[in-house]
Design a protein around this ligand. Structure first.
Ligand SMILES: NC(=O)c1ccc[n+]([C@@H]2O[C@H](COP(=O)([O-])OP(=O)(O)OC[C@H]3O[C@@H](n4cnc5c(N)ncnc54)[C@H](OP(=O)(O)O)[C@@H]3O)[C@@H](O)[C@H]2O)c1
Length: 353
């Protein structure tokens, strides 16, 4: 029986942290098998990091070695082949790859440098896939137009609710449907803190517990003051409702004003306080807001064990909800795989130097 040749797809990973490394590990196992079954032979030809250097090898980098080097805190430069590469921007501009996988940290106020990396790849006629909310919240419309002009795709399934298929759902399963608005509980840190306060635990203690468990940052403002939820709301409004919002356009109300007494009293009445993100369209204008809301227990947004809940308000399908159980690195790595399968299927640009 003739053996079908697999198409080689070269990836540049910008960011080799929790998600990038998990994706690379799984490429050596189930992801590799899934991609091969889809007729694709994936090679990682470039990796950029912040403090662990850069590596490029047009034939494909040794991933197990790259993982070991970074886990040992050593630079990737020992596996680099060819002329030195000065910066991540230079790697994105010149390294040999077909798909840029952007997994650098979120910079919530500007979305940079991730947005610039994605734009540079798209201008080169390379597909771009990201789990970084920054480019979606700050420049989705621009990047989408850039991708279309260059005959490539910009996909970002991992940017909100990890790998739970929100963007794919809207694009593929809700064809012709208009998303009129949404409401969601998108920040798991505040849900965790508020749930503890319902049981009578003071705010500062609940926050300390979340920090000790590694789910809240040492500077918790990003979660508590609604920035995380605002960046997510912005990304959702831009991608699902065609808005062109920036995180600073989202009205934000902090959860810090909630007292333990108010949260406990609501719990006694069968209600729950949650940090809710909402967006709605009025005429041509889309507005988004993040604020604590007191919700009845039966509300879809009050769901025990959920890392996130999102309810879309649509014209033809009424309410469509997504419930995310435990989300994290594995789900986000899966989102990268799913986007990769999507862009690599109709890969138009074949092996270039
Ligand atoms: N972790 C999750 O569960 C999750 C879920 C959904 C979305 N996301 C998003 O996915 C992205 C990656 O998350 P993560 O958890 O993997 O982050 P992470 O563990 O902090 O890793 C970030 C990586 O980016 C590198 N980096 C930093 N600045 C860079 C630059 N200028 N150029 C190139 N590389 C740079 C870092 O290198 P050094 O370590 O050498 O500095 C590191 O390899 C983030 O945008 C995050 O918001 C993560």
């Amino acid at each position: 029986m003739p053996v079908r040749a697999r198409r080689v797809v070269r990836l540049a990973l910008v960011g080799f942290g929790h998600v990038g490394r998990r994706f690379a590990e799984l490429l050596g196992g189930p992801y590799g098998r899934i991609l091969r079954r889809a007729g694709l032979e994936v090679r990682v030809t470039a990796i950029a990091t912040g403090r662990h250097g850069l590596a490029v090898d047009p034939r494909g980098l040794p991933l197990k070695r790259a993982l070991r080097l970074v886990e040992q805190g050593r630079p990737l430069t020992t596996i680099h082949r060819g002329l030195p590469v000065a910066s991540t921007a230079a790697l994105v501009a010149a390294a040999p790859y077909d798909v840029l996988v952007e997994l650098s940290p979120l910079e919530p106020l500007t979305g940079e440098p991730a947005t610039a990396h994605v734009a540079a790849a798209l201008r080169r006629g390379r597909h771009a896939v990201t789990a970084n909310k920054g480019p979606v919240a700050h420049a989705r419309r621009h990047l989408d137009a850039l991708a279309r002009r260059n005959g490539v795709r910009f996909l970002h399934e991992g940017a909100v609710m990890d790998g739970f298929p929100i963007f794919n759902l809207a694009e593929r399963c809700l064809r012709g449907v208009t998303v009129r608005g949404f409401r969601g509980v998108l920040n798991s840190t505040t849900t965790r803190i508020l749930s503890r306060m319902e049981a009578g635990v003071p705010f500062e203690v609940a926050l300390g517990e979340a920090q000790a468990a590694g789910v809240a940052e040492s500077d918790p403002a990003f979660d508590l003051d609604g920035w995380d939820a605002a960046v997510k709301a912005c990304a959702l409004a831009n991608a699902l409702m065609g808005a062109d919002l920036r995180p600073a356009d989202v009205e934000r109300v902090t959860v810090r004003g909630l007292t333990a007494e108010a949260v406990e009293a609501a719990a006694r009445e069968g209600k729950r306080w949650r940090l809710v993100a909402r967006a709605e369209r009025t005429g041509r204008k889309v507005t988004a807001r993040v604020a604590p809301e007191e919700l009845p227990l039966g509300d879809l947004l009050v769901s025990g064990g959920a890392d996130g809940v999102l309810v879309l308000d649509t014209d033809l399908m009424g309410e469509v909800g997504l419930w995310e159980g435990a989300g994290g690195v594995d789900q986000t790595a899966y989102a990268v795989l799913s986007d990769l399968l999507e862009v690599a299927g109709p890969l138009r640009r074949q092996a270039r130097p």
